[in-house]
Design a protein around this ligand. Sequence first.
Ligand SMILES: Cc1ncc(COP(=O)(O)O)c(C=O)c1O
Length: 408
Amino acid sequence: MTQSVFQRAGKKLTVKGTSDRVNRVKISPIKEMGLLAESMQGVVSLGQGTPSFRTPAHIGAFVAQKIAEGAVDKYIMGPGLPDLRHAIADKLGRVNRIDANPDTELIVTVGANQALCMAMLALVNEGEEVLMTSPNYSPHLEQAGVAGGNVKFVPLVEEEGWRLDVEAFAQAISRHTKLVVLNTPLNPTGSVLPERDLRALAEVVLQTDAFVLTDETYEDFVFGKERHFSLASIPAMRPRTLSVFSFSKSYAMTGWRCGYVHAEEGLINQLLKLHDALCICAPLTAQYAALAALTGPQDCVSHFRGEIAQRARLVEKRMAELPRFSSQPLAGAYYAFPRVAGLRDSVGYCLELLHGAKVVTVPGSAFGPTGEGHIRLSYCMEENVIDQAFDRIQQFEKKQGHGQPLHG
Ligand SMILES: Cc1ncc(COP(=O)(O)O)c(C=O)c1O
């Protein structure tokens, strides 16, 4: 088994007596790389996906007003502020074509990750099968691990722009499959799953009893030819799909911690038990921020998207200057997942980049078995940070003798 970043760095990882549940969960290398970098000076990060943008001022102003009114001082009922749930249902209908009942089918959560984790805990029994793409957002593996799920990977087709292989899903899915986890736009590949492939996958899933968990955190970051498509907009899929969304990226609110999940009433009521056990309700400051985000001006979202699209072009240009790097077109989210020719140990390479070039990246092996040989570069940072990081990677590669174009 590949060693983790922390194992390689010689960190103490556990003590005697911790549960099997937590022991089997691997810490996400996204976190590991960031934590290692924290103790170093002068590091430039293309690691965690924290956008450089400030939360739009009207959002903070609304929350400040609510704090002054004393509106955030007390618990509220678990599913979330009624006004916020109505605004979410309205948005889901308008944008995602998901018909959502605000009173019975939504929970406002502490970011998308809480919703994803609750969904896995509510659906997956110990040893039950969870299908995921490889590569895939690594915390989904941790979440499935917490639930005790047995993860089975279905590779994306890299050379076709990380295409969803519906045939391979049809082969992999069976009566043992409890849950299919899908992420679009996709972290780490920067690709977007096309509507036609998702519709074809829905046909496959509908032959079984499996549920589907969709992670739509990057729905607003689509700048290629594909549009974002929500699986739960297909009527037959609606009763078995849990759709998870986030305010973190669209409104530059990663620190506020707010997201939401839509599912049919019976599922939501099961999730509410976990929600109450975990956090009672999402913080009201975050919920009011989300309300201001959804009901206020939306030009911030298109501005962020435009900036990210521009950064994608910069990253494509800079990757093209690195002879060993080859990447599929960047179409969504804000990650590049280049293949690095000759790379067999992405953990080792990312540690070398950290110590030798002072650049934070994330090893491809973190994202599933077909991630090895790649590294993930997040590009939601300012352009000068991206340039600085690429200058350092370029120098590092040259020093290692990889400065010239590869032949053959
Ligand atoms: C695919 C994906 N899902 C979920 C999350 C977490 O989102 P949140 O901040 O809403 O918990 C991230 C964060 O980077 C992500 O990339």
